[in-house]
Design a protein around this ligand. Structure first.
Ligand SMILES: *[C@@H]1O[C@H](CO)[C@@H](O)[C@H](O)[C@H]1NC(C)=O
Ligand SMILES: *[C@@H]1O[C@H](CO)[C@@H](O)[C@H](O)[C@H]1NC(C)=O
Ligand SMILES: *[C@@H]1O[C@H](CO)[C@@H](O)[C@H](O)[C@H]1NC(C)=O
Length: 356
């Protein structure tokens, strides 16, 4: 119990630290706004590493529900490997930059003229370490990128006008807990995850990519997976405290990287605060959309044995889908809808303005 108290206190301390750092970042950002021309650059390519929050079709058709109906019903109209009813973070970031969404690594041979917008190396289900899926971890994803540079698919000049998006949404923690990791060991594991992530960020920048945007962990305790136990009413505060710890370590690591590199090459996309902003306001700041029951997912298995997209032996649907995915923030137990991602990206706009 004493130990638990200490952990809670530690997390609270980290939370305070995080808040302070966030405030400092805000001040710096507003000081910089007037100099957009000096610091700003317009990325011409987007390279993407990470997991299902960014994957647009790399994951395996035979394994992932993202290739099953009803995934993709809103966009592109059929399942296409995105873990959503439609667009995901990568698509909105590309749109914001005025680029086409980069082609998934797996499909690069079929889109030679599309490699000019960059490439998406993200695989749903992966983490910085090996997780519960067989797909390549982030290190291997960066290896793929490095090989393309060696083969001169991308040249130094291309990289200098490039942005990287790196997502890490918690699969390492899912695997850690599934493999019997305990709450006590979690704290040190979080530090290992952030250390590995930091190594990866540095490596991507070292390969020549000018700016690297990395996601802070979203409030895991607010995912439908966690809130289903209270009928999607309340986030799990304990889980969110662990998330705060991850994010505060990330914040420190990125501050250090920026101190070591010229021109603040690293930016955090704060999915923690942007998810919370949308969930708390039910998206009302967007004007046209409201998420009336923001914690409740649109697509759900009919029991805990089933996920969105699962069918039984006879092909009968074992899930339900809401009438209007555009009015739901979450699509399934862990992923936002297209409307959800759009709202999150609008909440991130001031951060995105720092990239350009
Ligand atoms: C990434 O995956 C490769 C291949 O499975 C493995 O050898 C390597 O140790 C993994 N990297 C990390 C950091 O876990
Ligand atoms: C919150 O999550 C923790 C860790 O997953 C779990 O042990 C706890 O029971 C959850 N709390 C509630 C109120 O659901
Ligand atoms: C930034 O770097 C300088 C010199 O390398 C060092 O003295 C300073 O403590 C660093 N600041 C942070 C916040 O890491």
């Amino acid at each position: 119990m004493e130990k638990q108290k200490n952990i809670l206190f530690f997390c609270f301390f980290c939370f305070v630290l995080l808040s302070l750092l966030t405030e400092m970042e805000g001040v710096e950002a507003s000081a910089r706004k007037g100099h957009r021309g000096v610091y700003g650059f317009r990325p011409t390519k987007l390279f993407v590493f990470g997991d299902s929050y960014a994957d647009t079709g790399n994951n395996r058709k035979t394994q992932a529900n993202s290739w099953k109906v009803p995934y993709g019903i809103t966009f592109p109209g059929k399942p296409a490997g995105r873990f959503s009813d439609g667009r995901v973070l990568t698509d909105y970031l590309a749109k914001y930059l005025g680029l086409q969404s980069p082609i998934p690594y797996r499909w690069r041979k079929y889109g030679e003229n599309k490699v000019r917008c960059g490439m998406n190396f993200a695989y749903g289900g992966t983490g910085v370490f090996n997780t519960l899926v067989l797909d390549p971890n982030m290190t291997t994803q960066i290896d793929f990128f490095q090989n393309l540079i060696k083969d001169c698919v991308y040249k130094r000049r291309d990289l200098r006008s490039s942005l990287a998006l790196v997502t890490l949404s918690g699969n390492d923690y899912g695997a850690f807990l599934a493999n019997g990791g305990t709450a006590q060991d979690l704290i040190s594991f979080i530090a290992r995850v952030v250390n590995q992530l930091t190594v990866n960020l540095k490596r991507v920048h070292g390969l020549g990519v000018r700016k690297v945007a990395v996601t802070a962990l979203q409030p895991l305790g607010c995912l439908p997976r966690s809130t289903i136990s209270n009928a999607f009413q309340q986030c799990n505060a304990t889980e969110n405290m662990a998330v705060d710890f991850h994010n505060s370590l990330l914040q420190q690591a990125v501050a250090k990287l920026n101190n070591e590199s010229k021109g603040s090459a690293f930016v955090i996309l704060d999915l923690y605060n942007s998810f919370n902003k949308v969930l708390k306001s039910k998206g009302e700041f967007l004007g046209s959309v409201t998420f009336n029951t923001p914690l409740k997912p649109c697509c759900m298995g009919i029991s805990s044995d089933y996920y969105c997209g699962n069918v039984d032996g006879k092909g009968k649907k074992m899930y339900t889908v809401c009438d209007n995915p555009g009015g739901a923030f979450f699509w399934d137990m862990v992923h936002p809808t297209q409307a959800g991602w759009r709202a999150v990206c609008l909440a991130l706009k001031s951060t995105l303005d720092q990239i350009n």
